[in-house]
Design a protein around this ligand. Structure first.
Ligand code: NAD
Length: 498
């Protein structure tokens, strides 16, 4: 994927991102007038000053969202009317694709051809899919007795707080916005302080598409300020959160300390990728794991970071992984050619390098990579890194690294592989590679993960739920099931007299 006609460096030099908040249909400074520097991980340059949203700004955004919800300017429009506006919103996202892709890449470091070819279209498709779905879902009538009619209906919940991370800033926002807006709710979105720019632009595009004022507000700011204020707010009905398990715990506490709002947590992962010797194309399995692990700099919640390989094929598998990994060597994210870009910031760089040190110290063998590169650019780049000889007790096998680091563990039996795969606090995604149909089904059933893949890893579609078991969370983004999160179930009984 490359974009030879666009000079991304020239476009970046000309760009002047607007970092003001978006509340009640308007760009505005924060109440305190404070800002924070938005730093590009590509070169350490400040690309914008962004409004530092705090409790007063969250109050204003929630009040605007509540007013919009209560007067029904969006919630009481027909589903067909909401669909029309949201389809236009999706079109506007596609029409602004180059600007959005550039903002995304400058903000969080991924290669621009992927922002353009993956993130923008996935964002538009998500919004369009929920728009298309909302006038095709029916409510229910319960099979009660002859003297009653019981209606089971879904109503929009009210004001939804969405708190999202920086690894796929637009897509993660769209996974909340699509179902929440289509169902008729108002939304206050708090993007990550590490990647606020595309969320702010999305709000403008939604307004241009005809979304009424106040229905979609964006308050950038720090997690412990704007994020906490939103999750603690007494007038927010539900929080859709995507981020770390550490902050997911806090989200549950905030709900308990405030109004018991619904909390949907989409959290971290340490996904297992299990290769059995009866899978006859070891090279394909190895190429898939490298591609899936190093895509997005390894900053994917579902990255296959724990790879279990049967001892009889481990050497052949590792030889292919070692040949594949260097193809993901980081390069200039604006070149249109780099397979891997920059890690999101200096903190993430230190975290990833800390785990690489831990792997060495704990006795794993470094097979590929392990170093920071391109430091002269001022950016935060780390080589694709593979450890072998890992055991499942090491930190690099237990903790989410969220960077380009793969841990390979050898196993002897199916039971041992399943036991190690399940011996994790996380349960987001897993994959089993086997041509034995009984084994494939048996292992897929035994794996405690929300998403299990057989003989592939990356199949993905908006029609299919995304989410995990255990400490990977309790919510499901995507698919019609996401409507359950942003609607209240109501029963209405009517008496029928003879
Ligand atoms: P994070 O938890 O640090 O931050 C996520 C969001 O929460 C940000 O907007 C942040 O500002 C906010 N936040 C931070 N502290 C807060 C607080 N005390 N109160 C309220 N809000 C707060 O996560 P991150 O580093 O941005 O993202 C990486 C994590 O996201 C990884 O663990 C990754 O696995 C996870 N993730 C999960 C999914 C999924 O669908 N399961 C998808 C993408 C990312």
């Amino acid at each position: 994927m490359s974009s030879p006609t666009i000079d991304w460096h020239a476009s970046a030099a000309a760009l002047q991102p607007d970092g003001r908040m978006f509340i009640a249909g308007q760009r505005q400074a924060s109440a305190s007038r404070e800002t924070f520097a938005c730093v590009s991980p590509i070169d350490g340059r400040t690309i914008a000053q962004v409004a530092r949203g705090q409790a007063a700004d969250i109050d204003a955004a929630v009040a605007s969202a509540r007013a919009a919800f209560d007067d029904g300017r969006w919630a009481r429009k027909s589903p067909a009317a909401r669909k029309k506006v949201l389809l236009k919103f999706a079109d506007k996202i596609l029409a602004a694709k180059e600007q959005l892709a550039l903002l995304e890449t400058l903000d969080m470091g991924k290669p621009v051809q992927y922002s353009l070819g993956v993130d923008v279209p996935a964002t538009a498709r998500c919004i369009a899919w929920y728009a298309e779905a909302v006038d095709k879902v029916y409510d229910e009538i319960a099979p009660t007795g002859p003297n009653a009619l019981a209606l089971i209906t879904r109503e929009p919940m009210g004001v939804i707080g969405a708190v999202v991370p920086w690894n796929y800033p637009m897509i993660m926002a769209a996974w909340k916005l699509g179902p929440a807006l289509a169902a008729g709710n108002s939304v206050v979105l708090k993007p990550s302080e590490k990647s606020p720019l595309t969320a702010l632009r999305l709000a403008e595009l939604a307004m241009e598409a005809g979304l009424p004022e106040g229905v979609f507000n964006v308050v950038p700011g720090h997690g412990g300020e704007a994020g906490e204020a939103l999750a603690l707010h007494m007038d927010v009905d539900a929080v859709g959160f995507t981020g770390s398990t550490r902050v997911g715990r806090k989200m549950l506490e905030y709900a308990g300390r405030s109004n018991l709002k619904r909390v949907y947590n989409e959290l971290g992962g340490k996904s297992a990728f299990i290769v059995f010797p009866d899978f006859d194309d070891i090279a394909r399995a190895a190429k898939t794991v490298a591609g899936s692990m190093f895509f997005n700099q390894g900053e994917s919640c579902n990255a296959p970071s724990r790879v279990f390989v049967h001892e009889s094929i481990a050497d052949a598998f590792l030889a292919t992984v070692a040949a594949e990994a260097p193809k993901y060597q980081p390069g200039d994210p604006l070149s249109g050619k780099a397979e891997m870009g920059a890690l999101v910031d200096d903190t993430q760089l230190k975290t990833v390098m800390g785990y690489i040190d831990a792997g060495r110290t704990e006795g794993a063998k470094l097979l590929v990579g392990g170093s920071r590169v391109r430091a002269e650019t001022g950016g935060y780049f780390v080589e694709p890194t593979v450890f072998e000889g890992v055991n499942n007790r090491m930190r690099i096998a237990r903790e989410e690294i969220f960077g380009p680091v793969m841990s390979v563990i050898r196993f002897k039996t199916e039971e041992e592989a399943v036991a190690m795969a399940n011996d994790s606090a996380y349960g987001l995604q897993a994959s089993v590679w086997s041509h034995n149909i009984n084994r494939a089904h048996r292992v897929a059933r035994a794996l405690r993960a929300g998403m299990v893949h057989v003989n592939q890893y990356d199949e993905d579609d908006i029609t299919v739920p995304f989410g995990g078991f255990k400490q990977s969370g309790n919510g499901r983004d995507k698919s019609l099931h996401a409507f359950d999160k942003y609607t209240e179930l109501k029963t209405t009984w009517l008496r029928i007299d003879n």
